[in-house]
Design a protein around this ligand. Structure first.
Ligand code: GUN
Ligand code: ZN
Length: 439
C-alpha cells in the first residue's frame, strides 16, 4: 500500500446538477492498494490510521483524476495544425491523404507510439479513439496502448463512399474485420472496442446496418461517430438520407443510438435531436478547439444541458490543436463566454468535471474511474509546473486550491504534467528538458 500525499481536487458529483460538487483536500491523502483507492481524506487522518505505510509526497502541485478524452483520432497526429479550411476541405486536403498511409503497419506503429505518448504526457489516462480504416493499423494501436497501459476504447473506422477508394470497405468486410477485432481486443487488459462509422456522409445504410449487427452481437461494445459538425456536411447528409428526419435519425434508425453511444461535435442540433439523445442517454463529445479551428461554430452547451444530454470533452486531434484537455477546458470556457446570454458560465469545477467524470460516464466507466472515490482505480495526473515557470509562480500565490485549478486551466500545458498513473501504475514521469534538436 502507498499513501499519496497531495493537494487533490475531484468531482464525485456533477457540478451541472449539484452545488458542492468540487471536493478539495488541501493536504490530502489517498491510500492505494493494488491500484485501487481504499481510503481518502485529510493526510493527517490517513497517516494516523496507517503509520507504517510508505508515503509518496506530491505536495506543491495539483493532483487530479486522470483525464478522459472522448474524441481523438489516432491517424491524425502528424497533421495537427491544418488551419484555415472548413471540415470537408480539411478532410480532403489534410486528414484523408494522411489516413491512407495507415495500410503500412510500420507507419502505423510509429504513429501509434507518438499518439499514445501524446495522450499520456498530457495527463489523459482514458481515450475514446477513432482508429484507422485499416484493421491491421487498429490492431497495432491496441498493441501499443496495451504496452503502455493506456485505457483505450477504440475501433476500426468504417466508410464505403465519398472519401477515397483506399479508405472504403463493404458492409460484409466491415462486419468480419470488426468482429475479429472485438474478439481479440474488447475486454482484453484495459481495452474496449467501439463500433465506429466515420459519419453518415461516408457511410451507406448498409454500413450502418453492419455496425448495428456488431452492436447486437456484442452488447457491451461502445459506439461512436460524428454528428452536426458543419453546415455543408449536414446539408449533404440530408440529401443522402431523404427518409431520415435529421442527422441523428440516420444513426437512430439503424439502432446505433444507445446509452453507450458518443457523438462528436453536435454544434448544430435540432431540438428533436437533443430530446432523442437525452432519451437514449447518448453523450455529445464537445471538441471546442477543433470547432474553433475549423470554423464549425459555437457549441450550444446550454441547450444540451436543458434537454438533459450528457456532455463530455474531446481533443479531436488532428482537427483539434493538441492533446491537452486543459486547453479544451479553457476553450470550452471561452466559447461559452462568447455566446453571451446563450452561453453557460463554466467554473473550474465544471471544467474539471468535463475533463474527468463526464468522460467516464460517457463510456460507462464511472464505477471504475473519473474521480477519487474509495473503490475506484487510482488513475491520476500530477500537475507540478517546473520551478521558475510562470505557472509555478502563479500557483504559489493562488489563495485557494480552486483558484489554483482555474490558473491551471488558464495557462497549464503538457510541460506542467509531472507524473501520470493508471490503476496505480506510474506510466509517465517528466524527465529533465533535453537539449533542443534541429527539426
Ligand atoms: N467528420 C468526419 N471525419 C472527421 C474527422 O476526421 N474530423 C472531424 N473533426 N470531423 C470529421
Ligand atoms: Zn473527429
Amino acid at each position: 500500500m502507498t499513501i499519496y500525499r497531495a493537494t487533490y481536487l475531484h468531482t464525485p458529483a456533477n457540478p451541472f446538477e449539484a452545488d458542492q460538487a468540487l471536493n478539495i483536500q488541501e493536504d490530502g491523502g489517498l491510500l492505494v492498494q493494488n491500484g485501487r483507492i481504499v481510503q481518502s481524506g485529510p493526510y493527517a487522518d490517513l497517516r494516523a490510521a496507517h503509520p507504517a505505510e510508505p508515503v509518496e509526497d506530491l505536495r506543491g502541485g495539483l493532483l487530479l483524476p486522470g483525464f478522459v478524452d472522448t474524441h481523438v483520432h489516432f491517424p491524425q497526429v502528424r497533421i495537427i495544425g491544418g488551419l484555415g479550411v472548413p471540415l470537408l476541405d480539411w478532410l480532403d486536403r489534410y486528414a484523408l491523404p494522411e489516413e491512407a498511409k495507415f495500410g503500412d503497419d510500420a507507419y502505423a506503429a510509429a504513429v501509434a507510439r507518438e499518439f499514445v505518448a501524446g495522450l499520456t504526457r498530457s495527463g489523459t489516462t482514458t481515450a475514446l479513439v477513432f482508429g484507422s480504416h485499416f484493421a491491421s493499423a487498429v490492431d497495432v494501436l491496441f498493441q501499443e496502448a496495451s504496452r503502455v497501459g493506456l485505457r483505450t476504447v477504440a475501433g476500426q473506422v468504417v466508410s464505403d463512399r465519398m472519401l477515397r477508394p483506399e479508405l472504403h470497405t463493404t458492409p460484409e468486410r466491415a462486419y468480419q474485420e470488426g468482429r475479429a477485432l472485438i474478439e481479440k481486443w474488447h475486454g482484453t487488459g484495459r481495452n474496449l472496442y467501439a463500433v465506429t462509422p466515420r459519419f453518415s456522409l461516408s457511410a451507406s445504410e448498409g454500413i450502418l446496418e453492419s455496425c448495428a449487427a456488431l452492436m447486437n452481437e456484442f452488447p457491451d461494445v461502445r459506439f461512436t461517430s460524428h454528428i452536426n459538425e458543419n453546415l455543408k456536411e449536414i446539408e449533404t447528409v440530408r440529401e443522402l438520407f431523404p427518409e431520415s428526419r435529421d442527422y441523428l435519425d440516420t444513426y437512430e434508425r439503424a439502432g446505433l443510438i444507445l446509452r453507450r453511444s458518443v457523438l462528436a461535435h453536435n454544434v448544430h442540433p435540432s431540438e428533436r435531436e437533443l430530446g432523442a439523445m437525452a432519451a437514449h442517454g447518448c453523450t455529445a463529445a464537445h471538441c471546442p478547439c477543433s470547432n474553433a479551428a475549423l470554423g464549425s461554430g459555437l457549441f450550444p452547451l446550454k441547450r444540451h444541458l436543458k434537454a438533459g444530454v450528457p456532455v463530455s470533452l474531446g481533443s479531436d486531434v488532428g482537427g483539434g490543436t493538441g492533446f491537452s484537455l486543459l486547453k479544451e477546458g479553457l476553450q470550452a470556457y471561452f466559447m461559452q463566454q462568447l455566446l453571451g446570454a446563450d452561453g453557460e458560465p463554466l467554473s473550474p469545477a465544471h471544467l474539471l468535471y468535463l475533463c474527468t467524470r463526464a468522460g467516464a460516464q460517457a463510456l460507462g466507466l464511472e464505477g471504475e474511474i473519473g474521480d477519487f472515490s474509495v473503490g475506484k482505480a487510482f488513475d491520476a495526473v500530477l500537475f507540478r509546473p517546473p520551478v521558475g515557470s510562470t505557472l509555478h509562480t502563479v500557483l504559489q500565490h493562488a489563495h485557494t486550491p480552486e483558484r489554483a485549478l482555474a490558473s491551471l486551466f488558464a495557462s497549464g500545458t503538457q510541460s506542467d504534467v509531472e507524473s501520470v498513473w493508471i490503476a496505480g501504475e506510474g506510466i509517465y514521469s517528466r524527465s529533465p528538458a533535453p537539449e533542443a534538436a534541429p527539426l
